[in-house]
Write a protein that binds this ligand. Structure first.
Ligand code: NAD
Ligand code: MG
Ligand code: MG
Ligand code: MG
Ligand code: MG
Length: 344
């Protein structure tokens, strides 16, 4: 088991496709990642069989796309590489159903480390265990491949019994189109813990709470819902786009000096040392497995807390205001695309 943090980056020339072109890859699941992996691998000349339940609504889609489809256990029996691309919460059950089909020297391939890192899947000792985790949703992985551009990905090796695990994972990444953009080496532990921390503290959880608290502060002080929505939610995209293109400095360069000064003096008062302490506690709960245990038990119980929180989010006033405003104004992505096409 490899657990040190590393940061090697690999490109097309570092990957030898022959490590995978003589293999059969069983892709279990045909959702966001599954359909993109199956189609990209297939068009890169790899033998692919998609593993789906017999009652799966995706069965016809996969066949119509020119792929072979079988039940998960039949696909796994045939596959030298078994790529587990069903939702993380159902992976342990799917693994149990296909475990007996794994032969010595086969590979279990993942796109996220949760179940391996938190021991929800305990792979046999005589198979390789690897991860290629594209850093985009599946439809973008697919679109980039078709358009001949690349998608960055993470690579990790958890178990290498054949001595070929990393070379084969790189070949898998190449067949997905990921080595065109760059494949960063990490570990199952680092990928899992940083992914969970990022989505909890900053991306999904952090940003949603920041927006809602800002919105509520304005509305409670008597400002209109519409103004609060625009200032605290809608403009977020413009700011994040600037940061994505050029970092925080480029964002501050583009906004007014007043916004820059106000942001630099007031920002640290909002996300202050308490927020930092809470972030450290959230990270600790990721590292010591507290979060993973809570989420696993929550799933076993039928997700009572999840459903309750989901309803509360859905019924927050900002969602109702947003739906109303978005239907009145023309700034959906579709409209932006149409505008760009017209300008050409
Ligand atoms: P998804 O929810 O889009 O797709 C799941 C697929 O599995 C569907 O085809 C569904 O029909 C099938 N499925 C569901 N339950 C099943 C069961 N009990 N038995 C067999 N098949 C079942 O999943 P996804 O988002 O593509 O995630 C797959 C993996 O990729 C996860 O490990 C996830 O963490 C990882 N990942 C996802 C993204 C992303 O943006 N979606 C990005 C990187 C990595
Ligand atoms: Mg096999
Ligand atoms: Mg992530
Ligand atoms: Mg995640
Ligand atoms: Mg403003």
């Amino acid at each position: 088991m490899t657990d040190e943090f590393t940061t090697e980056v690999y490109y097309d020339d570092d990957a030898d496709a022959t490590h995978i072109t003589d293999k059969t890859v069983a892709v279990l699941g045909y959702g966001s990642q599954g359909h993109a992996h199956a189609l990209n691998l297939h068009e890169s000349g790899v033998d692919v069989v998609v593993g789906l339940r017999e009652d799966s609504s995706s069965w016809d889609d996969a066949e119509e796309a020119g792929l072979r489809v079988a039940t998960p256990d039949d696909a796994a029996a045939e596959g030298d590489i078994v790529s587990i691309l069903v939702p993380d919460t159902v992976q342990p059950a799917v693994f149990e159903a296909i475990e007996d089909e794994l032969e010595p020297g086969d590979t279990l391939q993942f796109a996220h480390g949760f179940n391996i890192h938190y021991n929800q899947i305990e792979p046999p000792e005589d198979v390789d265990v690897t991860m290629i985790a594209p850093k985009t949703p599946g439809h973008i992985l697919r679109r980039n491949y078709v358009e001949n551009s690349g998608t960055p990905a993470l690579l990790a090796v958890y178990q290498d019994t054949t001595g070929d695990a990393k070379a084969q994972a790189l070949a898998y990444a190449k067949a997905l189109g990921c080595t065109r953009a760059g494949v960063v080496e990490t570990t199952f532990r680092e990928e899992t813990e940083t992914d969970l921390f990022g989505e909890q503290a900053v991306l999904c959880g952090g940003i949603a709470e920041l927006i809602k608290q800002g919105y509520e502060t304005l509305v409670d002080a008597g400002y209109s819902q519409e103004m609060a929505y625009f200032e605290c939610l809608n403009e977020m995209k413009l700011i994040v786009d600037l940061m994505y293109e050029g970092g925080i400095g480029a964002m501050y360069h583009s906004v007014s000096d007043t916004a820059e000064y106000g942001g630099m003096t007031r920002g640290p008062r909002i996300v202050d040392e308490h927020a930092r302490e809470n972030m450290e506690q959230v990270l600790e709960e990721v590292q010591d497995g507290t979060f993973a245990r809570q989420w696993i038990v929550e799933n076993q119980a039928g997700r009572p807390q999840y459903h309750q929180l989901y309803e509360a989010e859905k019924n927050h006033e900002i969602e109702e205001v947003g739906a109303r405003l978005r239907s009145l104004f023309a700034w959906s992505e579709e409209d932006e695309k149409d505008e760009k096409a017209e300008m050409k």
